[in-house]
Design a protein around this ligand. Structure first.
Ligand code: OAA
Ligand code: NI
Length: 235
C-alpha cells in the first residue's frame, strides 16, 4: 500500500527537513542518514519507494531483473543484504558500484523521479547530464558484477541506521513515501494512520511559515531563542 499520490505531490513542495520536523512532532524519526546527492536539480524528490535488494553473487536466491519494471513516479531504492552493511563510514562492505548511468537512463525514461542507493554508484557525469536525482553513500568504479546481484524486488528493505544510544534497522516498505534533497533522505511510512499523515501535512506549512517569521525577527535584531519561542508558540 502506498500513500495517496497527492502526499508525494504535496511533500515535493517542501524539504526533507520540513518533513522531519513534521514527523518529530509525532515522536517519529524517518531519517535515512548518510546519503549524499550526486546529481539532479536543487529540488525536492518525493515518491513511493520501489525497493530492490542486492546480495553477494553466491547468495542462494536467484538473480532478479528490476530496472525494466521501475514504476512511474516512484523513487527507486537500492539496498544491500544486512550482512553487507556496516554502522560506520562508508556504511557498506561492497566496493563495487550497485548502480550506474545506464540504469538511471532507463529509470528516468520509465518516469521514476529519483534513485536512492544505500551503497556506491558510478558514472556520476551521466546522472548529472540526465539531470536525474541520484543519492548514495559513495562512489565506486567497478560494476556490480561479479560481486553482487539483485535478489529481491518490491520487498521490505532493511537499512542499518546508526544512532544514539544504539543503532537499529529502518525497514523501507514498498510504497513508503521517500522525500530527498541535498540535505538527505527521509521516509514517511505507508503504514502510518491517515489521521497522522493529515496532521503532519497540516503542520508542515504552518511550521515553515513560523520559521520564515523567526528569520525575519532575527534579521530585525530579535534574539533567536525568543523569536523561535514566540513564533512557534501554539504550533
Ligand atoms: O553496468 C552496470 O550494471 C552499472 C552501470 O555502470 C550502468 O548502469 O551504467
Ligand atoms: Ni555504466
Amino acid at each position: 500500500m502506498s500513500q495517496p499520490a497527492n502526499v508525494s505531490q504535496i511533500l515535493s513542495k517542501y524539504s526533507p527537513c520540513d518533513v522531519s520536523d513534521g514527523m518529530a512532532k509525532h515522536g517519529l524519526d524517518g531519517s535515512l542518514p548518510n546519503l549524499l546527492q550526486y546529481s539532479g536539480p536543487a529540488a525536492t524528490v518525493a515518491g513511493p519507494a520501489y525497493t530492490v535488494e542486492f546480495a553477494l553473487f553466491d547468495d542462494p536466491r536467484p538473480e532478479v531483473q528490476y530496472i525494466d519494471s521501475v514504476q512511474k513516479g516512484s523513487v527507486l531504492c537500492i539496498g544491500l543484504d544486512k550482512r553487507l552493511q556496516v554502522s560506520h563510514a562508508p556504511y557498506t562492505l561492497v566496493n563495487n558500484a550497485l548502480y550506474g548511468g545506464l540504469m538511471s537512463t532507463r529509470a528516468r525514461y520509465l518516469g521514476a523521479v529519483g534513485t536512492v542507493v544505500f551503497g556506491r554508484i558510478r558514472d556520476v557525469k551521466e546522472h548529472r547530464e540526465l539531470e536525474y536525482p541520484v543519492f548514495a553513500y559513495g562512489t565506486g568504479t567497478a560494476a556490480p558484477r561479479p560481486a553482487v546481484k539483485p535478489v529481491a524486488l518490491n520487498k521490505p528493505l532493511e537499512v542499518y541506521v546508526d544512532g544514539f544510544p544504539s543503532g537499529a534497522y529502518a525497514t523501507i516498505s514498498p510504497g513508503d513515501t521517500i522525500i530527498a534533497d541535498e540535505n538527505g533522505v527521509v521516509r514517511l511510512p505507508a503504514s502510518l494512520p491517515q489521521s497522522t499523515v493529515d496532521q503532519i501535512l497540516d503542520y508542515i506549512p504552518r511550521r515553515v511559515r513560523a520559521d520564515e517569521l523567526v528569520a525575519q525577527d532575527i534579521l530585525a535584531g530579535v534574539g533567536a531563542i525568543s523569536a523561535q519561542k514566540d513564533r512557534r508558540k501554539g504550533l
